[in-house]
Write a protein that binds this ligand. Structure first.
Ligand code: 3UK
Length: 511
């Protein structure tokens, strides 16, 4: 069981403690333009925290919205907000003015910290939102030449900053869901939650060690990235590589360059990387983690064939803060996400909301050291019941207690009375040599309610044609129950995805 003191500042535990135990000279964060040791990161965070308190006039509990690409300055800014006893509200780099205005209003942001390169959309957001509410103003960072940048002001503060004396259950982070559908929802997390995720998945599943070098694609504004690239390495005195320009090629080249040992990204990135892996020296990698959406078996197989590595699948959610079901090494069962990480419990609920035994597909419920607290949202009452978090995912448990992903509860395809999980059809299609990417959805249909429709991106050298559509249909029929085959096949150049690599199925359903 996890047990933390009643007074707790998570950054004091992660950063000040690292320097106090003698890790000050070790590398903490590696960026494209600078690398900071733990001692240097601590000095940076302390100087930023002084600016928040003394120059901006922020007080305990104020909310600070953050925007920036993954780099050491952005990391230091987030940590400074928490260390100063304020609440970080990180936002995804690609969000536009209108979405940011919603987040400013919903989170009641008191101040903004923004990378200079993302300024345009902040100006637009402040025009739309009632900018007067952001009472403590905006500071820019990564902004050379600006005499009032966060860094310029910070240069005047050289003394240590005493961590705010926060309670373990003070809110320190408001994370917005990526909003695959609808308006983003804010979720609140405590100082102890930040430590709890560090003491669960990376400890039990990854066995992270001080000489690990973490790397990957998820933005720090996404809890997948905040945990995997910053908090997890800090918990053990390891290093995190923060990359700004991300393509499958740059990630592969960076793994080689920095000799990274643990990689975090989404299945679509692994698919593209598998095809290129042979050109790079990836011998430093010891674990690769896939999360964000279901990991198709063909992707797991292609990655193993290309690198020799058994992928760790893990399901996480912004509501739960990080990964809560996973498996590594000999515990991996291809096709299953895994088992609850020690500390978490999970079960599948039947249509009546009762725990179901093996073989039943139902809503996944999870309970553990972290969980959902929606920010001013009436959905809280539906999401958390008796401490159980009711996710939006349909899962099935097997006799061995492994959890198998089926679909999002709202994405289950119901065609002529059959329940069909799009992911199962996608798994078959991805095995066809012509298919690079695919998304299978239920398109509304008068006769059958919904019909199974496949959206397919072909690999270079293959032509979209009625003959190809027929071939793919027959390929599915030959492998799984014929009623699951896609009655409609549409070819596309690319599929709509979020910044976090998730397929936006609603866009496929209603083009
Ligand atoms: C889906 C998966 C099948 C699932 C996240 C790791 O993705 C994260 O958080 P979000 O709030 O989305 C949550 C939803 O995404 N999902 C995520 N991982 C898997 N489905 N297999 C998986 N391995 O629908 C879930 O409800 O954006 C992931 C760590 C932190 C995160 N916030």
């Amino acid at each position: 069981e996890l047990c933390y003191p009643e007074r707790l500042n998570c950054v004091a535990e992660l950063l000040d403690a690292a320097v106090a135990r003698g890790d000050g000279g070790r590398t903490a964060v590696i960026g494209e333009h600078e690398t900071l040791t733990y001692a240097e990161l601590l000095a940076r965070v302390d100087s930023f925290a002084h600016v928040l308190r003394e120059d901006m006039g922020l007080v305990t509990g104020n909310r600070v919205m953050l925007r920036g690409a993954n780099n050491p300055a952005m990391a230091a800014a987030v940590l400074a907000v928490l260390k100063a006893g304020c609440i970080a509200v990180p936002t995804m780099p690609l969000l536009r003015g209108r979405e940011l205005a919603t987040i400013i209003d919903k989170s009641r942001a008191d101040a903004l910290l923004c990378a200079a390169s993302l300024r345009t959309e902040i100006d637009a957001a402040l025009d739309i939102a009632d900018g007067a509410n952001v009472g403590r103003g905006t500071l820019f960072f990564n902004d050379p030449g600006n005499a009032r940048s966060l860094e310029a002001l910070a240069a005047r503060h050289t003394t240590p900053f005493a961590p705010a004396d926060s309670a373990a259950d003070d809110v320190c982070l408001i994370s917005f869901t990526s909003g695959t559908t609808g308006i983003p929802k804010g979720t609140m997390h405590f100082h102890r939650d930040v430590l709890a995720i560090c003491d669960c998945f990376p400890r039990h599943t990854l066995g992270s060690k001080p000489d690990d070098i973490f790397i990957g694609t998820p933005p720090l504004a996404f809890t997948f990235g905040l945990g995997g690239l910053l908090l997890f390495p800090m918990r053990v005195g390891a290093a995190g590589v923060l990359l700004e320009k991300l393509t499958p090629e740059t990630l592969l080249a960076s793994i080689e360059k920095y000799r990274a040992t643990i990689c975090f990204t989404a299945p679509t990135f692994y698919r593209q990387m598998a095809a290129l892996a042979g050109k790079y020296d990836l011998s430093s990698l010891r674990e690769t983690v896939s999360a964000g959406e279901a990991l198709p078996l063909p992707t797991r197989d292609a990655w193993k064939a290309a690198t020799g590595l058994a992928m760790i699948d893990g399901i996480g959610a912004t509501e739960i803060l990080h990964i809560f079901i996973s498996a590594a090494g000999e515990d991996i069962r291809p096709g299953a996400t895994g088992k609850p990480i020690p500390g978490y419990q999970a079960c599948v609920l039947d249509a009546q909301g009762k725990p179901a035994g093996p073989g039943v597909v139902g809503r996944l419920a999870v309970k553990g050291p972290t969980g959902c607290r929606y920010l001013a949202d009436e959905r809280q009452l539906n999401y958390v019941v008796d401490g159980w978090n009711l996710t939006g995912d349909a899962y099935e448990m097997d006799e061995e207690g492994y959890f198998h992903y089926r679909s999002r509860t709202d994405d289950m395809i119901i065609s002529a009375g059959y329940n069909i999980a799009g992911a199962e059809v996608e798994d078959v299609l991805l095995r066809h040599p012509a298919v690079a990417e695919c998304g299978v959805v239920g398109r509304p249909d008068e006769e059958r309610g919904q019909v199974v429709e496949a959206h397919v991106v072909l690999k270079p050298g293959f032509e979209a044609s009625p003959g190809m559509a027929l071939e793919l249909q027959n390929f599915v029929k030959a492998d799984i129950a014929p009623y699951k085959y896609p009655r409609s096949v549409k070819f596309a150049d690319k599929l709509p995805r979020t910044e976090t690599g998730k397929l936006q199925r609603f866009k496929l359903r209603n083009p």
